[in-house]
Write a protein that binds this ligand. Structure first.
Ligand code: NAD
Ligand code: ZN
Length: 357
C-alpha cells in the first residue's frame, strides 16, 4: 500500500473582513519593484470590492473573463502578457469564484514553466514551482481554494494541472465576499460541495481522513440548505467552511459518478461545473438514492431552477464524444463503483443516462 503524501496550502486566514489584511499579508512577499498581479473576477469590475484591492506601485489588476471555464489559451495569454511586460512578478492573487482561482493557480505556474499550460494537463507534469500565489474565494463550494489542481479546457482535453506546485501559498477566507451572490449561482456552486461529500463518502476510496472532513462538510451543507429556507450571514460563514472541508475530503479520496458524467457535458456543451453537476445529480437515484432525494428537497426549499432538456437535440457523434470523455475519468468510476466498474458502467448505460438530461 502506498499512501498519498499530499501537499497542502501554506497559510489560511478566515473571518469576516479578513480581506482587509491582504495588504499586510502581501507586504513581505513583495520582491523589489516586481508587481503583485490581481486576477479579479470580471463580476467585480466597478464594484466596491475592486476599490478595496490593495494595489501599490506597479501592481496590476486584471479583470478576468469567466464567462467560460478557463482555457489553456487564456492562461497562456495572461502569463505571456505579464512576462513581456514585467519579466517576473512578485505574486498572483486570484479573487473570485472557482474559475478565477484556477486561473490564478495556472498563471502562477506558467510564470516559471516553459511552453503552454496544455503541456501540463495531467498528473505531476509541472516542472518548476510557480510564483507566490494567493486565492480569495467569492463563491463557496468548489474547494478550488484547497485543491492541488486547476481545471483547464485545452485543445484536446479538459483536465487539471495536477501537481504539488499547484496549491496556493495563502488563502484568504472572508465569507463577507460571498454575500449577495445570486441565489441560483450560490446554490450551483454550493451543491458542488454537497456532491463532493456524497461522492466521497459513498466511494470505495474512503478512509477516516476524508470521512472526517466529508461528514463535517455535509453537516454544514445541511444546516444551510436543509434546515433553513432563507439565507443569512451565518449561511455564508458555514458554506465557506463546508467548501474548505469538502475540498480536504476529496484530497484524500475522489469524486464519483456526477463529476464523471458532468465532465462530458462541460466538454461538449460548455456547461459550467456547478450547474452541470446539479443537472446530472438530479438523475442519479440509482447511484446515490438518499443524496438525490435530499438534493431534490433542497432544490424545492430554495426554489432553484435546474435546466432541463439540454441533451434533447444532440447527434450520435455528440453523445459518443460525451461518453468518451466521461469513461476516460477512470479513477472517478473506480471510486464510485469499485475496481470492476467496467462491468457495471458501459456505453449503453451511460447513453441512457445522458438522454435523460
Ligand atoms: P465561477 O467561478 O465559474 O463563477 C460563476 C459566476 O459567478 C461568474 O459569472 C462569476 O463572475 C460570478 N461570481 C463570482 N463571485 C460572485 C459573487 N460574489 N457575486 C456574484 N457573482 C459572482 O463559479 P464556481 O462555481 O465558483 O467555479 C466553477 C469553476 O471552478 C469551474 O471552472 C470548475 O472547473 C472549477 N473547479 C475547480 C476545482 C479545483 O479543484 N481546482 C474544483 C471544482 C471546480
Ligand atoms: Zn466539483
Amino acid at each position: 500500500m502506498n499512501f498519498r503524501n499530499f501537499k497542502m496550502i501554506g497559510y489560511v486566514v478566515y473571518g469576516r473582513g479578513a480581506f482587509n489584511q491582504l495588504d499586510e499579508i502581501l507586504q513581505p512577499q513583495r520582491k523589489g519593484t516586481s508587481p503583485m498581479v490581481f486576477l479579479v473576477d470580471h463580476f467585480f469590475e466597478g464594484k466596491e470590492l475592486a476599490k478595496r484591492v490593495p494595489a501599490r506601485g506597479r501592481d496590476q489588476i486584471i479583470y478576468v473573463d469567466v464567462t467560460y471555464e478557463p482555457k489553456t489559451s487564456y492562461v497562456d495569454s495572461i502569463a505571456k502578457q505579464l512576462k513581456d511586460q514585467f519579466g517576473t512578478v512578485s505574486g498572483i492573487v486570484g479573487i473570485g469564484g472557482g474559475s478565477a482561482l484556477d486561473l490564478a493557480k495556472a498563471v502562477s505556474l506558467m510564470m516559471n514553466n516553459p511552453g503552454s499550460s496544455a503541456d501540463y494537463q495531467g498528473w505531476d507534469l509541472v516542472k518548476n514551482p510557480g510564483v507566490y500565489k494567493v486565492g480569495i474565494p467569492t463563491l463557496s463550494g468548489t474547494g478550488a481554494e484547497v485543491s492541488r489542481t486547476t481545471v483547464l479546457t485545452g485543445p484536446t482535453k479538459k483536465l487539471g494541472m495536477n501537481s504539488d506546485f499547484t496549491p496556493f501559498d495563502q488563502i484568504v477566507l472572508d465569507p463577507q465576499l460571498t454575500t449577495n451572490a445570486p441565489a441560483n449561482q450560490r446554490f450551483y456552486t454550493g451543491m458542488d460541495c454537497y456532491i463532493h461529500c456524497i461522492e466521497s463518502l459513498a466511494g470505495t476510496y474512503l478512509n477516516e481522513f476524508s470521512k472526517s472532513y466529508g461528514e463535517k462538510a455535509l453537516e454544514l451543507c445541511r444546516e444551510v440548505y436543509v434546515d433553513k429556507n432563507s439565507w443569512d450571514d451565518e449561511s455564508d460563514d458555514k458554506l465557506m467552511m463546508a467548501s474548505y472541508a469538502g475540498g480536504m475530503s476529496i484530497a484524500y479520496s475522489q469524486v464519483g459518478v456526477a463529476h464523471a458524467v458532468s465532465y462530458g457535458l462541460s466538454y461538449l456543451l460548455g456547461t459550467k461545473h456547478g450547474i452541470g453537476n446539479c443537472i446530472v445529480f438530479d438523475h442519479l437515484e440509482e447511484f446515490y438514492p438518499s443524496g438525490v432525494k435530499e438534493f431534490k428537497k433542497m432544490v424545492e426549499i430554495h426554489q432553484i431552477d435546474i435546466p432541463k432538456n439540454i441533451c434533447a437535440n444532440l447527434t450520435e457523434d455528440q453523445f459518443n464524444k460525451m461518453i468518451d470523455v466521461s469513461l476516460g475519468m477512470k479513477p472517478l468510476w473506480e471510486n464510485a463503483l469499485g475496481k470492476d466498474w467496467e462491468k457495471q458502467m458501459n456505453r449503453e448505460r451511460l447513453r441512457k443516462l445522458y438522454e435523460r438530461f
